[in-house]
Write a protein that binds this ligand. Structure first.
Ligand SMILES: [Zn+2]
Length: 102
């Protein structure tokens, strides 16, 4: 997951086209405005200076978003995914610390 911050003083709107965004995400997030009608791609709106958190990483597949990050208009933050609650890893067990001093 990522978070995006709008570094500009203008609102940013990105179209999340089906072919790009839904494909990258592996699931369709389009909405059909009319029942049984053609699904419309959703859009991502980031107000000026605002940070949107916990966004799907598939957003990076959208060219306009990647471009805005590249130009510094958007600041990206990658969430680290830690496994469960274990903070103490037992690396010492597999790696013998003892060494012969000569
Ligand atoms: Zn879709």
């Amino acid at each position: 997951m990522i978070s995006l911050t709008n570094m500009t003083n203008r609102i940013k709107v990105f179209n999340l086209s089906h072919d790009v965004y839904c494909a990258a995400r592996g699931q369709c997030s389009c909405v059909s405005l009319v029942k049984g009608g053609k699904p419309h791609a959703t859009s991502l709106t980031i107000p000026a200076g605002a940070t949107l958190k916990k966004l799907p990483g598939a957003l990076l597949a959208v060219k306009e978003i990647a471009k805005a990050i590249g130009s510094g208009e958007l600041k990206i933050y990658h969430y680290r995914t830690w496994s469960k609650s274990k903070t103490k890893t037992e690396t010492a067990a597999s790696k013998p610390k003892r060494r012969k001093s000569k």
